[in-house]
Design a protein around this ligand. Structure first.
Ligand code: MN
Length: 250
């Protein structure tokens, strides 16, 4: 279990505490990637990409922000050439600087790994070749910006409501890297998020969807955006995230 307590600090502090809190909820401490809090995104991506290589078995990366997910994916692709990506998130993370309403880098990592923007960050992460659109699926997104809706329509990226549909859209034998953003949960279940979107999954739905993914027998690595513990006062979100990760890797 790797922890990467780095964020772009676009929305202030707090998210960097998420990885350690989720590691504790999973019963461990994690091995810390050599990221510098407040340092540049390119350096953090390179550090996470390299550090993932030291993880045995099915690597699990606990990330301070979705921005780092391309690095975890790059490490998985170095082990498994034709891995597919299941990205579970309330948001698309498919904005580019041209479409983002806010300019938040954390709203762009899926676009970055697909080669839509910020080539320098994709390369820093270790994704020399762009990730193919037809081997990626977005699951559970319910709060998309207009530019993301347009990009999904234009590129044919598959977006589904659940795991069954996501698996049906990917090659039947593809090994899977799973990226989880806990904000796919309803804010009532997981209040520790910076961009709450009503209408999300219950904790049991999240756990069951992750169990369904694991039942495919094809999950080879997992990355998680861990949220903001200070807003998750009674720890219910961390417990729901932990239950989902345990179901995914059981
Ligand atoms: Mn996200």
């Amino acid at each position: 279990m790797l922890i990467a307590p780095w964020t772009s600090r676009f929305h202030g502090t707090g998210m960097e505490e998420g990885p350690a809190v989720l590691a504790a909820a999973l019963g461990g401490v994690g091995r810390r990637a050599p990221v510098t809090l407040g340092g540049p995104a390119a350096a953090a991506l390179a550090a996470v990409s390299r550090a993932m290589e030291g993880e045995d078995g099915r690597p699990l990366a606990l990330l301070g922000e979705c921005t780092l997910a391309p690095a975890a994916l790059a490490a998985t692709r170095r082990r498994h050439d034709h891995v597919a990506l299941v990205w579970i998130d309330a948001h698309g993370d498919l904005n580019t600087p041209a479409t983002s309403p806010s300019g938040f880098l954390g709203g762009m990592p899926f676009a970055i790994l697909l080669g839509w923007c910020h080539d320098e960050l994709r390369l820093a992460a270790g994704l020399d070749a762009v990730f193919p659109t037809d081997r990626a699926v977005l699951v559970g997104a319910r709060d998309l910006d207009p530019g993301e809706v347009e990009a999904i329509a234009r590129t044919g990226l598959v977006a589904t409501a659940d795991i069954a549909a996501a698996l049906a859209a990917l090659p039947a034998d593809a090994l899977l890297h799973v990226h989880l953003d806990g904000d796919v949960l309803d804010p009532a279940v997981a209040p520790g998020v910076d961009f709450p979107a009503p209408g999300g999954w219950t904790a049991e739905e999240f756990r069951a969807e992750c169990a369904a993914l694991n039942a495919s027998g094809r999950v080879v690595a997992v990355s998680v955006c861990c949220g903001t513990p200070a807003k998750d006062r009674d720890g219910r979100g961390a417990r729901a995230y932990a239950a989902a990760v345990e179901a995914l890797l059981a």
